[in-house]
Ligand binder design. Structure first.
Ligand code: TXA
Ligand code: MG
Length: 350
């Protein structure tokens, strides 16, 4: 299959409505379109077309029981996909939509099980990215879209990443520039008596608690592992290289990484260090490829770059990536969730 790549100016997506129309035509015809969102790129299909949704699973190599998020263009789209919507959902939508926030609700009967991974619930998101919203409107149907990457590998935060993984396997890629948040949405389950976070993401637990007393218990429960989202049991976000996450005080993290790096190099491995601006200089002349993820005091910048950096280390042929850990607060929780999954749980305490 030939994959068409079309550029859309993120500052003015209306300038190239032709490209958006062509991607929408692909969706309407049951094809697959990669599109930008503010979190990561999505791989979209008509959420109401089971055959089209099945293609998403086939090209990604995604297990069939891992449901897709259904993307809507406005609040008017919510009723079409979800049923028994609780008042809490409307209050959260008011605060966090459009944006990096996904709500799991009871599904409307017409939403196919192919889209929901066989579940009676549906995950719904109203993205902030204007190109994404124009695409959904133009397609005239909600769009089912997981992150646009081969299952298990780092998510795509640029059109190039989508092309690296899926060129030749999908109909069109809308290139709308880099994803500004760089991490997936926060997934919250609103179907149980007590709402919970299934996946930390762009909206932090602190923001949820501030917005809604219903989430107050989250702080005390924050460290519990609760794998309720089907996707959580699978390997995720992993580059080809092995990843080791080193946690602790920043100075001690750097000491430990220098020691680990020397040991890996001695055993013949090509190493990469995911440093921070604060520690970058400490790793010079250690034989590793060193890249800064940004200042550890600006977690938005770190979040925006981690998938790109993991992919870059792979391109340079690193065998091992030594990544600095971050404090488990705010966006740090989401960044650590992704890094620890990329590392397959390989965490070293400095
Ligand atoms: O930011 C995002 O959420 C991106 C963009 C494209 O919107 N999408 C994304 O999709 O990250 P994906 O498929 O990579 O992750 C969706 C997560 C998975 O862990 C999946 O298991 C969970 O949401 N999920 C989807 N539907 C669910 C449901 N009905 N119940 C529980 N978890 C659900
Ligand atoms: Mg994903």
């Amino acid at each position: 299959m030939t994959t068409v790549i079309e550029r859309v100016d993120p500052a003015d997506p209306q300038k190239n409505t032709g490209a958006i129309k062509r991607a929408a035509a692909v969706i309407k015809a049951g094809g697959l379109a990669a599109f930008p969102t503010e979190t990561v790129y999505g791989l979209g299909a008509d959420a109401f077309n089971p055959a089209a949704v099945k293609k998403i699973f086939a090209v990604k190599g995604r297990p069939a029981d891992n449901p897709c998020i259904v993307h809507i263009a406005g609040m008017d789209g919510l009723d079409g996909v979800a049923a028994d919507i609780p008042p809490l959902a409307y209050r959260l939508a008011e605060k966090f939509w459009p944006g990096p926030f996904t709500m799991v609700l009871n599904k409307k009967s017409g939403v196919p099980y192919e889209t929901t991974g066989g579940l009676e619930t549906v995950a719904v998101r109203l993205p902030a990215n204007e190109t994404a919203r124009l695409l959904i409107r133009e397609a005239g149907t909600p769009i089912a879209a997981p992150s646009c990457n081969i299952s298990g590998s780092p998510s795509a935060t640029r059109a190039e990443h989508a092309a690296d993984d899926l060129f030749g396997k999908i109909d069109i890629i809308l290139d709308g520039g880099p994803s500004v948040i760089g991490l997936e949405s926060t997934v919250a389950d609103l179907t149980a008596a007590v709402p919970s976070i299934l996946r930390p993401g762009g909206i932090t637990a602190e923001m949820l608690i501030e917005a809604e007393p219903a989430f107050e218990w989250l702080m005390s429960a924050a460290s519990d592992e609760k794998p309720k989202s089907p996707g959580i049991k699978y390997t995720h976000y992993s580059p080809k290289a092995d990843v080791v996450v080193v946690t602790g005080a920043p100075e001690e993290i750097a000491d430990a990484i220098i020691r680990l790096n020397a040991a890996y190099i001695k055993s013949g491995k090509k190493t990469g260090v995911m440093a921070t601006d604060e520690t970058f200089a400490r790793y010079s002349n250690q034989g590793a490829r060193v890249v800064s993820a940004g200042s550890r005091y600006k977690m938005e910048n770190v979040a925006a770059g981690i998938y790109r950096l993991l992919r870059e280390f792979d391109r340079c042929g690193a065998d091992v990536i030594l990544a600095e850990g971050y404090p488990d607060i705010g966006l740090g929780v989401s960044v650590m969730d992704r890094l620890i999954k990329a590392a397959g749980g390989n965490v070293v305490r400095a």
